[in-house]
Design a protein around this ligand. Structure first.
Ligand code: HEC
Ligand code: CU
Length: 362
């Protein structure tokens, strides 16, 4: 096989002119010969403006894409926040502000408008029967989202296992159903877990408009309860599952009534049903001076735990064994050592604002 026989294959020579017409337009149109210089310049101008229009379109579309990118995902150097994050934050703020109103309408009468926290305005005058909620120790882990959800769903019996707990079921999915729907429960939890570094506006529950303080002309505000930087002391015991265990008893150690002398004089105080609101009966007790006596505590209340802790006139607890809180009906007796004459205040640690009294030793 010779080189000539290899590719490309030889085409046989065509006779005559073989140049093919590549354009379908007639030659008169394609020919530049007939163009005036003006027309030729016009064509050049036209094609250059077409190129500029194309370029500007590309620039415009690219700028739009870049701009939208920053709008969605946030501009560099923190100039703007990602839109999605902003939206989530906005929804979070709305939930907390609504939760505030749900709390004030349903919970404040027992737990205080401020959760019985440090700034509770009238904790001493109004008898709040619920335990403190606004405490960093509790908010750190004890009052977790899951725990709050369970308490609101199951009611107070979830807290310390007391089937007659004064705290009702709140969620309408509970058994029996409570008054709050799932959205209100979510909002309540958002409010209870809100951090103290954010300021929220108090809004009208119906209109959702900020409530203006007539004195300042500014919207009224509140801050969350939880300090996000709070940490327990190293080595501190974690908050117990049942809040009454955290209050402890004065003295402790001894089991109730262990060393009660059957011949000692007795002083009896009662916690009737609903004592969390109505208090001890009676509120005035008398005991002999310089004589050891037995304090009999008759707790008839099945709806809340109570105890009796006596303080000396200086404010230190009088040692009388294990005075832990307990739920009635049950009676416990405490051996009280000989006391000097004087006025000795006593309280229930679970209800220190409603359950108070004075023991007069004379
Ligand atoms: C009728 C009074 C009352 C009302 C109203 C009330 N609570 Fe309570 N709450 C209690 C009592 C009493 C306990 C303690 C329950 C127990 O130990 O049996 C409690 C316990 C709790 C606990 C557990 C606290 C802990 O330390 O573990 C949470 C959380 C709580 N309530 C949240 C709320 C919320 C939120 C509302 C409003 C929807 C509310 N409560 C309304 C009386 C009330
Ligand atoms: Cu009490």
């Amino acid at each position: 096989m010779t080189d000539e026989q290899r590719l490309p294959a030889h085409r046989p020579e065509q006779p005559g002119d073989v140049s093919a017409e590549r354009f379908t337009a007639p030659p008169s149109v394609r020919s530049t010969a007939g163009l005036t210089p003006d027309r030729a310049a016009g064509i050049v101008r036209q094609s250059s403006s077409a190129r500029i229009v194309g370029f500007l379109t590309v620039v415009f579309v690219s700028l739009f894409v870049v701009g939208y990118w920053f709008y969605e995902l946030g501009a560099p150097l923190g100039l703007s926040e990602p839109r999605l994050e902003e939206e989530i934050e906005h929804q979070q703020v709305t939930a907390v502000e609504r939760g505030y109103n749900v709390y004030q309408a349903n919970c404040a009468r027992c737990h205080g408008p401020n959760g019985l926290g440090p700034e509770e305005p009238d904790a001493a005058q109004v008898g709040y029967i619920g335990p403190i909620l606004n405490s960093q120790e509790k908010l750190f882990t004890h009052l977790s989202e899951a725990y709050l959800r369970n308490v609101l769903e199951v009611g107070g019996r979830y807290v310390c296992g007391n089937p007659n707990s004064a705290m009702p079921v709140w969620a309408d999915t509970g058994n029996p159903p409570g008054p709050l729907n799932y959205r209100q429960i979510d909002e309540l939890i958002a409010f209870l877990r809100a951090t103290s570094d954010v300021t929220y506006e108090i809004r009208d529950p119906e209109l959702n408009e900020p409530i203006i303080d007539p004195a300042t002309g500014e919207p009224r505000t509140f801050t969350g309860w939880r300090d996000p930087n709070w940490r327990p002391e190293p080595g501190a015991t974690p908050y117990p599952a049942c809040w009454t265990d955290a209050l402890g008893g004065g003295g402790g150690g001894e089991s109730p009534g262990a060393s009660v002398d059957p011949n000692a004089p007795t002083v009896t105080v009662t916690a009737p049903t609903g004592a969390a609101t109505t208090g001890f009966e009676p509120t005035e007790l008398t005991a002999p001076a310089d004589t050891a006596f037995t304090l009999v505590f008759e707790n008839d209340d099945a709806t809340a735990p109570h105890n009796v802790v006596v303080s000396d006139p200086g404010g230190s607890p009088v040692p009388m064994g294990d005075t832990s809180l307990f739920t009635g009906p049950e009676t416990r007796s405490y051996a009280v050592p000989a006391l000097a004459a004087g006025a000795y205040p006593f309280i229930c640690q679970a209800h220190p604002t409603t359950m108070t009294g004075t023991l007069t030793v004379e």
